[in-house]
Design a protein around this ligand. Structure first.
Ligand SMILES: Cc1cc2nc3c(=O)[nH]c(=O)nc-3n(C[C@H](O)[C@H](O)[C@H](O)COP(=O)(O)OP(=O)(O)OC[C@H]3O[C@@H](n4cnc5c(N)ncnc54)[C@H](O)[C@@H]3O)c2cc1C
Ligand code: FES
Length: 264
């Protein structure tokens, strides 16, 4: 469904990172954490395709939906310059969403960089279900962390930076592995993961080693967003007759980590 939405605000919340809030009374009530939107940035005439963004948060009391993004290219740099009352052309909600098993005692959320984007809404959903949360959140340097004061309302924070400027020095998956080595309670915990490919590959190894369930949101490059262009293929771990790939846009973007092969 195409929606014409009005921007409420665009604010810089970390180094090169922006929180964009727009109005849509229907969308903010129907979306689930993990789903995404395809946004046509009509103000940027250089680009043809819509761009995919995870839903970061919703505010039903204000009728607004938030996305969180890095300004990396023409579409996102244009979005960062928009102000209140500008119009957005949005397709969505698209894709599947994170699922919560009833026997999960604790959700261990693992985010690398902008992989944090889908998890604010997810933490609200987990809190409603009474599930305890830990957030393992890694960035390159301390000024890249986003919205920590909000996340710590929901979860115990475990922060890492590659340059050591805040928290554990190193990559988030090494911090996670060290934590699980020392924790006696991870058997009834589940992993929820989003981040760069190298991080997903490391989490897959950790999930195998500790025999933990893990759901991962993949950010494969996409074009159409609804299964028509075959541009977002993700290899299946166990191909079935006539099918070797999932389409991230319609079969995902959330997968059980055991179902997919994580390639470069
Ligand atoms: C399901 C999904 C959800 C996403 N959610 C978010 C989000 O919440 N916030 C956010 O900032 N970004 C998100 N992305 C990535 C976002 O779509 C791209 O950053 C955006 O399309 C860049 O558009 P652009 O025109 O500004 O830059 P482009 O010129 O299109 O790209 C700039 C650079 O980013 C790289 N790039 C583009 N798309 C991706 C991608 N999917 N993964 C890795 N690198 C990419 C390009 O190769 C290029 O090097 C998501 C992608 C997917 C598939
Ligand atoms: S983006 Fe076109 S098929 Fe998935």
């Amino acid at each position: 469904m195409v929606r014409h939405c009005t921007i409420r605000s665009v604010d810089q919340v970390a180094r090169n990172t922006y929180l964009l809030s727009f109005e849509d009374a229907d969308l903010c009530r129907v979306v689930r954490a993990g789903q995404f939107l395809e946004i046509k940035v009509t103000q940027c005439t250089d680009i043809l395709w819509r761009r995919p963004f995870s839903i970061h948060d919703t505010h039903p009391q204000k009728n607004t939906v938030d996305i969180l993004f890095h300004a990396v290219g023409p579409a996102t740099r244009t979005l960062a310059q928009l102000t209140a009352h500008a119009e957005l052309n949005i397709l969505g909600p698209l894709g599947n969403y994170f699922r919560y098993e009833q026997n999960v005692r604790e959700a261990i959320v693992v985010a690398g960089g902008l992989g944090i984007a889908p998890f604010m809404l997810m933490m609200r959903e987990l809190q409603e279900r009474g599930i305890a949360m830990r957030l393992f959140y890694g960035t390159g340097r301390s000024d890249q962390f986003c919205r920590l004061e909000e996340f710590e309302k929901y979860a115990a924070l475990h922060l890492s930076t590659v340059d050591g400027s805040r928290g554990y020095q190193g990559v988030v998956t090494d911090m996670l592995s060290d934590y699980l080595d020392q924790s006696a309670h991870h058997h009834d915990s589940s992993l929820y993961v989003c981040g760069p490919t190298a991080m997903l590959r490391a989490v897959k190894e950790i999930a195998n080693r500790f025999n933990m369930a893990a759901q991962v949101s993949v950010e494969t490059i996409m074009a159409c967003g609804f299964g028509a262009c075959v541009g977002c293929a993700v290899p299946m771990t166990t191909p079935i007759p006539g099918q070797k790939y999932f389409m991230a846009c319609k079969d995902g973007p959330v997968f059980d980590i055991r179902e997919i092969t994580i390639d470069d």
